[in-house]
Design a protein around this ligand. Structure first.
Ligand code: ZN
Length: 391
């Protein structure tokens, strides 16, 4: 794989970072596009392009030759340690060699203060990162970790909704970002075309960090809101990429750009409890895993889990604008027995949290959970009738 020296292209409505990528799949540009007012943040170094293309090169098993100034630190970490970690998680990947044309430490001019950025999606992890790193909610946050910028990326999280859903979701969150008093930088990209057939869940850390790293001219710390608490951090084949965030992110930095996993000190339920203290969540919280629409569907696993946790905190009514609570109460009777029977990921965490909050599961849910074969047997009656009919 050959990655050309990145260039910055000034357009009327955008500043575009672009590098040509040639591989056995053909030749096409990799690009990240930013609103023009953020020009001063955008770097033309090769670091962002290499973080973006490392995994695609390892999927193809192609050594990488990259032009343009590349951080010595990043080159060192991506050549060995990061690949060792990635192949442990994803054994189908191949180790590759990186040939850098210009190893050159990233330097910041002494009169430029680096900003602190995090992605803002309106989700649980992201709001928890804000609660910890905005002086408004955490007056004790140190200046070098106090947020100065919020990012919103189109690097694969919008699924089949693509660029349209990315724009819709950005507009939905824009006013809340304004309330926080921080610039909300939208980053569009075609990085997804290089990951076709490879799930976002197994690659999101690299995609999002690559986008932030392109801003290293003005951003010196990228706080990545990690989804997993420390008890779930592990490099095991088949795990989600989030399970290695605290190990992988420090390997993606340069001499002037730190990538840091934040939030692993909390369980997901503790995060939900924390964000109920942030009033902006009442009108913006978006936890949904459905990629077909902006807003919460109230029926996917992520929505239902969050709804139960919010109900346990006693603050669910505050979120009536964000969730269709009538729909939730209809589905709840089927969902709660599944939690009580431990049928879902993080069921036990939710049970522990509910208990810590003094929340009692409704009697109907507890009763249904005790009915033998309730879950597997929901279709049992029909099956028995079918069999009798055949006889
Ligand atoms: Zn949902």
């Amino acid at each position: 794989m050959k990655i050309s020296r990145p260039t910055l292209i000034q357009q009327d409505s955008a500043i575009v970072y672009q590098a040509k990528v040639e591989s056995s799949l053909g030749s096409q540009p990799l690009w990240f596009s930013f609103p023009p007012q953020y020009r001063d943040l955008v770097s033309d170094r090769a670091d962002g392009a290499l973080v973006a293309m490392l995994l695609p090169a390892m999927i193809l098993g192609e050594d990488v030759s990259i032009d343009g100034p590349l951080s010595e630190r990043l080159y060192y970490n991506l050549s060995g340690r990061a690949q060792g970690l990635l192949t442990t998680l994803l054994p189908q990947l191949n180790r590759v060699k990186i040939h850098a044309e210009h190893l050159d430490p990233a330097l910041r001019s002494p009169d430029t203060e680096g900003g602190v950025a995090t992605g803002f999606s309106g989700g649980v992890d992201s709001f928890c990162a804000l609660a910890d790193h905005l002086p408004r909610y955490n007056p004790d946050v140190v200046p070098s970790r106090a947020l100065t910028h919020l990012l919103y990326n189109n690097v694969g999280s919008h699924g089949s909704g693509g660029e349209g859903l990315f724009r819709d979701r950005y507009r939905t969150l824009e006013n809340t970002a304004k309330d926080f008093g921080l610039p909300f930088v939208s980053i569009n990209s075609n990085i997804g075309v290089f990951y076709e057939g490879f799930s976002f869940e197994k690659s999101h850390t690299l995609r999002n960090t690559a986008a932030a790293l392109v801003l290293q001219r003005g951003i010196s710390a990228f706080l990545y809101a990690s989804a997993f608490d420390y008890s779930r951090i592990q490099a095991q084949p088949g795990c989600s990429m989030g399970s290695i965030d605290p190990m992988l992110l420090p390997l993606l930095g340069t001499e002037t750009f730190e990538a840091i996993a934040v939030g692993s000190e909390y369980t997901r339920a503790e995060k939900i409890s924390r964000l109920t203290t942030v009033p902006e969540t009442y009108t913006t919280l978006d936890v949904c895993a459905s990629s077909k629409q902006a807003g919460n569907c109230c029926q996917c696993a992520k929505c239902l889990w969050a709804l139960v946790a919010l109900e346990a905190t006693g603050k669910l009514d505050k979120y009536s604008g964000q969730f269709n609570l009538d729909r939730y109460y209809q589905i709840r009777d089927r969902y709660l027995p599944e939690i009580l029977l431990g049928k879902h990921l993080f069921s036990q965490e939710l049970l522990n949290f509910a208990e810590s909050q003094g929340y009692a599961f409704p009697a109907k849910a507890r009763l249904l959970a005790k009915v033998p074969f309730y879950l597997e047997g929901r279709n049992l009656g029909r099956k028995i009738r079918d069999r009798l009919r055949k006889k």
